[in-house]
Write a protein that binds this ligand. Structure first.
Ligand code: ARG
Ligand code: ZN
Ligand code: CA
Length: 319
């Protein structure tokens, strides 16, 4: 495997930090998803890619030992390619009412927004996709100007505009799996090969939220690994990547590999962008504003400790 990042002792798996830029393209106001919705997606990625998702409890006992911690940490980029402070979120109104999977959302010239340097950032476009598409990813080794993943705005994150049964952020988890070179578990063919040894062969995609053992392609006794993030179940039905999938993903970070440059992205070591949002807003009180303005003060109560680095702007009431 790959070792990089910071780790206090050899037995602790190190984390690779992936700086993310989210391009929000909206025609309607609803498509302009909130910071909180974006944060909810980043939170899901950090769970799913570190085997911290609570629904690992749904992995059948005979597959538990195959479930992997990928060791990836996702942050909204805190600096852009010029070193300027950013939230890691770009919002843009578009005249395009629905995008197709032809990459128009990835270029300003076609109503989208140009990607940031893929050697420093994972680009995620969130927009309205036509034909019921939930998302798609570029292929590893493809052109730099279309590199990244696209997610339908109703399947992004876990709050706001999301719609069941794609409301747990797994579309983005799945698409980023492709971005890290994973193939669907059925190998995109009848009993096809996904080039991963510990995912059993499987005849076809799985839909819905099945339970129990489903045998195909002589994969008895344990059957299909339909709870893998690279199958097509509802969000609630997918729980894991395998050790083999981890190795295939992390291989991209080997020296000279396609994702190797990300290991030295300046944004990976800079403070993250948009601070974690909470439902609780700060409250303000002014216990001594009058009669002596010279010694006035304001108490700002930040209900969530994560908001303590939030930028505080102070304006004079008169100006
Ligand atoms: N259709 C998409 C793809 O082929 C993703 C499916 C995502 N599934 C989900 N339960 N969110 O890449
Ligand atoms: Zn897919
Ligand atoms: Ca396999």
């Amino acid at each position: 495997g790959v070792t990089s990042g910071t780790s206090s002792n050899a037995s602790t798996p190190s984390l690779i930090t992936i700086p993310v830029v989210v391009h929000v393209l909206y025609n309607t106001n609803a498509e302009n998803v909130s910071n909180q919705q974006i944060e909810s997606q980043i939170a899901v990625l950090n769970k799913d890619y570190q085997k911290l998702n609570p629904d690992t409890a749904g992995i059948p006992s005979y597959f538990v030992s195959r479930a992997a911690n990928i060791g990836l940490r996702f942050i909204l980029a805190g600096i852009d390619s010029n070193g300027n402070v950013t939230t890691g979120i770009v919002r843009k109104h578009t005249n395009v009412t629905a995008f197709s999977i032809n990459d128009d959302m990835k270029s300003s010239a076609t109503g989208g927004d140009d990607p940031w340097n893929r050697d420093e950032y994972l680009n995620i476009w969130v927009c309205n996709l036509d034909d019921g598409t939930l998302g798609y990813s570029s292929v590893v080794g493809g052109p730099s100007n279309t590199d990244g993943v696209v997610v339908q705005y109703t399947a992004f994150g876990t709050t706001g505009t999301v719609q069941a049964p794609f409301n747990l952020g797994r579309t983005c988890t799945h698409e980023i799996g492709h971005w890290f070179n994973l193939i669907h578990t059925w190998g995109d063919a009848f009993c096809g090969d996904d080039d991963v040894a510990d995912t059993p062969p499987q005849s076809q995609a799985t839909y819905g939220n099945p339970k129990g053992i489903v045998i195909s392609c002589n994969n008895a006794p344990t059957g299909n690994l339909y709870m893998d993030f690279m199958d097509f179940t509802d969000d609630a039905g997918m729980h894991m990547f395998t050790n083999g999938q981890r190795d295939r993903m992390l291989a991209l970070f080997a020296a000279g590999g396609p994702r190797y440059p990300l290991l030295s992205s300046p944004a990976a070591t800079a403070p993250p962008g948009e601070p974690a949002m909470t439902a609780a807003s700060p409250t303000f009180s002014s216990p001594s504003l009058y009669p002596n303005p010279a010694s006035s003060y304001v108490i700002i109560n930040l209900p969530d400790p994560s908001e303590i680095g939030a930028l505080l702007e102070v304006y004079n009431q008169m100006g």
